[in-house]
Structure formats: C-alpha cells, structure tokens
Design a protein around this ligand. Structure first.
Ligand code: UD1
Length: 434
C-alpha cells in the first residue's frame, strides 16, 4: 500500500508521538529510494519488460511510475516489485505538472535523450533544502553533443547522435553523474566522467545498466568510464538497501538508549555514520547484511561533523544526527557543505528545548539533558525524520505536522518505529478538512 495517495489530504496528516519509549527489536530495512528512482528512469532505455525488486512503496516512487506512464510505459507495482513495460513508450515529453511533483523527474533526461534523440521537459520542482541547480546535468549532455534550448522553465534537448568524451564535473553531483552515465550508454565511443560522485546508489545504477547490456565501469571511484553500446535488453534487478533509512534507525536506537538489529542492510555503506556513533559511545556490531546498535548511556559530544559527498558524512543524515548531539554530553559542531538551506530543523528542535546556534553554515550544539514535546513541522524529508526521533525521546507528546514530506522517503515511519516499541500514531484529517 502507498504511504499516501492523496496529496491534498495527506498534507494535513500528523504524527502524534508519546516520548520515552526505548527502541528494541529487529527491523528489516527497505530498498533505497535514491537507487530505485534512477534505475526506474533507466528502464526506458531498453524496450521490453523489466522487473525491479526491493522497490520501497514511497510517494516518490509513485510519482516516477506516473511519469513513466505519461510517456507510454505500462507500470505495475506489487509488494516491492515494479514491472515496467517500456515497449510502447512513444513520447520524450514530460508534462510540467509531473516535473513539478518531484526533483528526481530530471532522471528521465539522459535515458530519453539516449532512446529518442530528443527530450522535452521542465525545470524540476523546487525543494526546501536550498538551491538545487541542474546546470551540471545540462552541461554534461551538451558535451555529449546535445543541443539544449531553455525558455521559461521549458527545456528541449536534441541530438541526432551522442558522442563520448571526457566530462569533468566541477562538483561531484549525484544526479548529474547518473544522468550523464545513462545518456553516455547511448553515445558512440567512450565517455569518462571525471570527479564523479561515488555514492553506492551510483554503483547500483552501474550494475543495473550493465545487466541491461551496457559497458560501464568505475562507479564508486571518482572516474566512471562508459563504452557506448548499440542495444540494451530488459532485465530483472534488485535494488540495494536504503542506507539513509538504516542510518535513521541507528541514530534513533542510540538516542532512545535502546538496542536495535537491522536486517537487509549494507554495513559498508554506513561507515561514516558508524565511525561517528562509535565516537559518541554507541556500540555497533555488524555482519553480513546485519547490524546491531546498542546504547546504554548518554552519548558523548562530537567535536566536528562535516557533511560532504560519499564516503564522507551524508547530508541526508545531518538532521537526524543533530537530535543525538542535542542530547549529548558537551558541545558539538556540525558543518553542512552540500546544501545551503539544510538547517530548517534547527528552529523546530530549539522549540523542543535544544540549544543550537547556527553561524556561517555551521551549527553549534550544546547538549541538553532532555527535549520537550510540542507541535513541530516537518519542513523537508530528513528534517521530518529528525523531528520524529526527537519526539521519541522527548518528555511528553510531540505532534509532527506535514508528514507527507516524511512519506517521500520512509514507508510508514510510524509502523517502522512502532514495531520497535515506539508509541506513535498517524492522525488522518477529519473528512472535509482542507
Ligand atoms: C542526491 C540525493 C539526495 C542527497 C544528495 C546529496 C537522489 C534522488 N537524491 O540529490 O537525497 O541529499 O544527492 O547526497 O539521489 N549542484 C549544482 N549543479 C547541478 C547539480 C548539483 O550546483 O547541476 C549542486 C547542488 O546544488 C548541491 C550539490 O551540487 O549543492 C550536490 O547535489 P547533488 O549531488 O546533485 O544532489 P542530488 O542528486 O540532487
């Protein structure tokens, strides 16, 4: 079942959390949204029926399915398995309304250009975490030979043929690396992406493209080499576990001083977080696709965490980590270097009693003995997850509003934490409420 289907009503949904539960138990981590989205977009590059497994039932995945349908694909979603029949895909045009619904709609640009030699779309929807340009995506496609016209938000890319070349990325952007990789599979000759992003989701996309018959190597390092191929075939592929969901659970286990075992997790993808949590005094053991996180005392401060591209500390876990540091013993500093607007949770955490000051892109967090429940607003996906963790440990009741942001990345977060002993409930809006 989808986390939320009705965007209007869902915007009014709230989570009500009674603080004080100690998380205990075992939980399976769902598939990675950020891997599944580009992989689903890449299916359009090979005609036929693809089966993508371990796809999380999230709002963003549903939007991607709607986009694929809008270009003529048939998409069926059932229990974590998405079947995409791309044989009737016949239009490289994505309507503005769908582009506005999700930034990841931009992932269709490279695949559609590779398949049709043309793509027409719009600037993707905005985001609350800061400026998110697509200049590197466009520049990369231009270097492969695409001609790009932009008028009032509408983007038209055309290329009779794409030709491989060296592309240097000024910033190791995840999305730009993925878009260029996908387009380059359909180019003649060899493309090298230099200063590529190294995130595990990029390796997953490489593995999927190769399963379809592409020749891509180097994902996970800063240089990715793509030998263009003439033809691709549809395939079956299983998406990697979601490292950000896993990280959120690890932090929540530590903050509540509980003990949680994560199954279907990739410990190697969580090295930066594991390192920092251990420094704070959290006990972590890991095995093959399993991790155990235990914390029995107040976490210690961390002198400095700097978010940066993988394998450094992920920006997508910065807000959640800040909850732990808000309760740690001493003064910690968190510097956000990836997105410029990613401290919106600070205001809400402060309202719950946290002592945080933001100055020049860094947050200075002086640990307090406890947080207090109140009504707070999820301003974006990961900020929302952080507020839920804060609610789990706060004294009293916390109400988290604008839950639809959280639903974009967590499959019913209240059930995930509820199974571990949290007292958390979703309040649906009264019928007729607007
Ligand atoms: C992806 C993830 C997101 C994560 C982010 C950073 C997906 C679907 N989303 O987003 O969860 O927070 O990586 O790990 O995978 N930039 C430019 N020009 C561009 C592209 C990016 O200046 O053309 C800048 C951005 O503004 C940002 C930085 O590069 O400051 C990193 O962004 P990027 O790695 O592209 O993030 P996304 O792919 O959007």
């Amino acid at each position: 079942m989808w986390a939320s289907d009705n965007v209007g009503g869902e915007a009014l949904e709230k989570l009500v959390i009674e603080g004080g539960a100690v998380l205990k138990g075992t939980v399976r981590v769902h598939g990675a949204k950020n891997a599944a989205l580009p992989i689903l977009a890449a299916t359009v590059m090979a005609e036929g029926v693809h089966t993508i497994e371990n796809v999380p039932p999230l709002l963003d995945i549903k939007v991607m399915a709607d986009i694929l349908r809008s270009i003529g694909c048939t998409v069926d979603i059932r229990e974590g398995r998405v079947t995409v029949d791309t044989s009737r895909a016949d239009t490289p045009h994505i309507p503005e309304e769908l582009m506005q619904r999700m930034r990841s709609s931009i992932f269709l640009m490279g695949p559609l250009l590779a398949r049709f030699g043309r793509v027409e779309l719009y600037q993707p929807g905005g985001c609350a975490i800061g400026e998110r340009k697509i200049d590197l995506h466009l520049k990369g496609l231009e270097l492969l030979g695409a001609r790009i016209e932009q008028t009032q938000g509408r983007i038209v890319c055309r290329a009779e043929r794409l030709v491989g070349t060296d592309i240097f990325l000024g910033i190791p952007s995840v999305g730009a690396t993925e878009n260029i990789m996908m387009a380059a599979v359909g180019a003649e000759g060899v493309t090298r992406i230099i200063n590529a992003a190294r995130e595990p989701e990029i390796q997953d996309l490489q593995n999927f493209l190769n399963r379809m018959g592409a020749r891509v190597s180097g994902a996970g390092t800063d240089t990715i080499t793509i030998q263009g191929v003439r033809e691709l075939r549809p395939c079956t592929y299983r998406v990697i576990p979601d490292r950000i969901v896993a990280g959120t659970l690890m932090i929540a286990a530590a903050v509540t001083r509980g003990e949680v075992t994560l199954e279907d997790v990739c410990p190697d993808h969580l090295t930066a977080l594991t390192h920092v949590l251990r420094q704070a005094g959290v006990q972590i053991t890991s095995g093959d696709a399993i991790m155990n996180v235990r914390c029995s005392r107040r976490p210690g401060m961390i002198e400095r965490i700097v978010t940066a591209p993988y394998p450094s500390f992920p920006t997508d876990l910065q807000a959640q980590m800040m909850v732990l540091l808000s309760l740690a013993d001493g003064l910690s500093i968190v510097k956000e270097t990836v997105f410029d607007g990613r401290f919106k949770h600070v205001h809400e955490l402060t309202r719950m009693g946290a002592d945080i000051r933001v100055d020049c892109g860094s947050a200075f967090i002086r640990g307090v003995p406890r947080l207090y429940g109140t009504t707070v607003e999820a301003t974006d996906l990961r900020a929302g997850a952080a507020l839920v963790i804060a609610g789990l440990v706060a004294q009293g009741t916390t109400i988290v509003e604008k839950v639809h942001h959280i639903d974009r990345g967590y499959d019913r977060i209240e059930d995930m934490f509820g199974r571990l002993g949290a007292r958390i409930e979703r309040l649906e809006p009264a019928p007729g409420a607007t």
